[in-house]
Design a protein around this ligand. Structure first.
Ligand SMILES: Cc1cc2nc3c(=O)[nH]c(=O)nc-3n(C[C@H](O)[C@H](O)[C@H](O)COP(=O)(O)O)c2cc1C
Length: 137
């Protein structure tokens, strides 16, 4: 009955979305709470590096608000939406830091252009710069 387990359903849907060349197959939305205001949710698009039976692997820029050093063990929600299938999956859990050896292996396989982009964020322009002005929703 493995194929009916929630994470298996998600993995299969992601695989199908990839076969459909669904651009959303590569991404998810990570929701956390603001560090200085727990009543304020905050969401952002992230590349999904890997999904397995008990975890979703993500890389995040440590200079951004979602800095895992602050959010380790925080409760979070991930949303996966695949337009080509008209299906969405919500995954709730806790963040945990990848061990350095595994992180190093992932880093070695990261495309060179993505490494350059990380360097750019680190040295030139941090992510999450606020735009001026505001509007109501
Ligand atoms: C298509 C797309 C993919 C992204 N992938 C990542 C990612 O894998 N890791 C990451 O740190 N930020 C990624 N970002 C940027 C985040 O959405 C976010 O703006 C940034 O990380 C700042 O996060 P913060 O809101 O926690 O400060 C991506 C943005 C887009 C539009």
């Amino acid at each position: 009955m493995t194929e009916y387990q929630p994470m298996t359903l998600l993995m299969n849907a992601r695989q199908e979305a990839k076969q459909n060349q669904d651009p959303s197959a590569k991404y998810c939305t990570l929701a956390t709470l603001e560090q200085n205001d727990a009543s304020q949710p905050r969401m952002r698009t992230l590349v999904v590096r890997e999904i397995n039976a008990d975890s979703c692997v993500l890389f995040v820029n440590k200079l951004a608000q979602k800095n895992l050093l602050h959010l380790n063990e925080a409760k979070v929600e991930l949303l996966f939406f695949y337009p080509s299938l008209l299906q969405q999956f919500r995954v709730r859990g806790e963040l945990s830091l990848m061990c350095p050896e595994v992180l190093e292996t992932h880093w070695q396989h990261k495309p060179y252009i993505s490494k350059l982009l990380d360097h750019f964020y680190h040295t030139v322009a941090h992510q999450s710069a606020a735009l001026e002005g505001s509007f109501e929703v």
